[in-house]
Ligand binder design. Sequence first.
Ligand SMILES: [Zn+2]
Length: 235
Amino acid sequence: MYMYRLHSTEFSKAMKYINTVILPVGSTEVHGPHCALGTDNLIPEELARRLNEVFDREVMVAPTIPYGHSWGLSEFPGTINIDSDVFGRYVTAVGTEFLREGFRHIVLMNGHGGNIPVLAGVTERLADLGAKCLTFNWWTDYREAIGQVAPGIGHAGEDETSLLLAIDESLADVKLAGDHRIDMPGNVKFKGSFRLAYPQAMSGSGSQASATKGETLYNILVKTMADEIRRLWTY
Ligand SMILES: [Zn+2]
């Protein structure tokens, strides 16, 4: 069920039997020379759409939070970077409102790496307020399974580009994609460090991506995520 499609009275009726909200959280950010700036919103929205088909009247899909914390790639055109403190307080405020509306299970469907540390703090604050939270970071949670299908993993890499192509082939142009291996450790940070680590704002092998691989990945991800949501309901 999609929250923004309901009238207020329909929402009230639905809240008598739904207590789980899926909240896609993404970013508007450069994704190499070949993927749409909305990649980190489009993929979690597609995962939520497919989970909505699995669960039908058991979950509510909320409107996406489309801007995230993108400090590292903010030097590239098209990246909207929200300060981590502001972003964390904003997502916490949204989650708090969901609790007030009566949801008890909050599923954060994250699409963006820069959001991970901030969302960890958000879920702790929401848990203190009574929520049962589940956060998905698809590319890290299921890395091994993803690597079997799309080994050129990375930011705008084979995995992410394939998931985008499976939504709509016009969202990525693999002819423009590069192949890049990061040779800087992830624990090094200075002004301009991401420019050095990601000269094309990408990593992995976007050139190897395909819609067929993306469809295979969605099937793997959605099945596993559905199981994890069912497990959340048992706690
Ligand atoms: Zn991304």
